[in-house]
Design a protein around this ligand. Sequence first.
Ligand SMILES: NC(=O)c1ccc[n+]([C@@H]2O[C@H](COP(=O)([O-])OP(=O)(O)OC[C@H]3O[C@@H](n4cnc5c(N)ncnc54)[C@H](OP(=O)(O)O)[C@@H]3O)[C@@H](O)[C@H]2O)c1
Length: 330
Amino acid sequence: MDGLEVTMLRVGYPAKFAEEFLGDFPHEIQLIPLPGSLDREIDIDVWIPDPYAARAIKLWPRLRGVRLVLALMAGTEWIPGVVGPHVTICNARGAHNIPTAEWTVSAILAMLKHFPFYLDVQHSGRWMRRFEASGHYMDLTGDKRPLYPPVLVEELTGKTVLMVGYGAIGQQIERMLAPFDVEMLRVARSPRAEPQVHAVSELESLLPRAEVVVLILPLTAESQGLIGTRQIALMRQGALLVNAARGPIVDTNALVEALNAGRIRAALDVTDPEPLPEGHPLWSCPNLLLTPHVAGSSPQFGPRAMRTAADELRRYMRGEPLHNMVQAAI
Ligand SMILES: NC(=O)c1ccc[n+]([C@@H]2O[C@H](COP(=O)([O-])OP(=O)(O)OC[C@H]3O[C@@H](n4cnc5c(N)ncnc54)[C@H](OP(=O)(O)O)[C@@H]3O)[C@@H](O)[C@H]2O)c1
């Protein structure tokens, strides 16, 4: 790409982003705020789509000349099908690491400390209901030892955590879990050493060892339905399944059945389907903490994602290798 082209780069971004977050972009470009809908076609070279896929998809037919997409999210599964193979796509790898890892650690602790139950107790205003926790613990884990005083919370320290997906966010979760001295089992697409990472083909042999299973991998043809009836059956009685990745990685019917049967517990930031319709059986499952896909959306996320996009754009303009490319234009 020659210098002349570079000075003419037109970068379309969602107009909802405040201008103060755009200060990191190179001065040699023209920033074009894109409204929620367009009644005419517009020429841009680089597209920063709205983080909400449905809004972005609506805009795409009005965009002409896009060569590079700089997504503000880590998950970009909808983009290749919309823009086609002649456009380079980069994600905002890294921008979600901190809030998503913090959500995951919070969800694990909330479940092991029985916070959803105690919130219910708080709303009922009845102190003595605390002793119900002991029965829940025994029923769910199958631990029938005559423990005294009664069990009212559990501990994370010393537990075995199986991390399925060991990328940017998985590694951040591991760093945040370090003070809890957990035994960490790691799974990714390909195995490696130091630290030891198992291949996904070993998943079924690892599931019975873990008290907490964290899903933090992209949704792909291979990962869809990775956790179904068979895999849940391999989990320990009362183990905690945490899905901070994408809903369809877990078979929803299998999960609903296992939760209702008191086999496992779960914390989900993502569901299949999404949005989860009113009255869906997941809403009322026992031993479940459910948040409506919020894990990455902290006040720091937007500015951080824009900085990530600006850094990638600078590399693109200099002709340097891109750090976060998920599709190279053909
Ligand atoms: N809840 C939220 O708000 C939220 C926010 C951000 C991200 N996410 C989700 O989290 C996912 C992970 O993000 P990230 O930034 O950590 O991604 P990343 O850095 O690209 O890492 C992905 C990891 O998943 C592994 N993986 C890929 N396919 C796999 C498969 N079929 N079986 C087992 N492991 C597989 C990869 O294995 P290799 O290391 O061998 O390549 C890698 O370790 C995103 O794709 C997104 O869906 C959710």
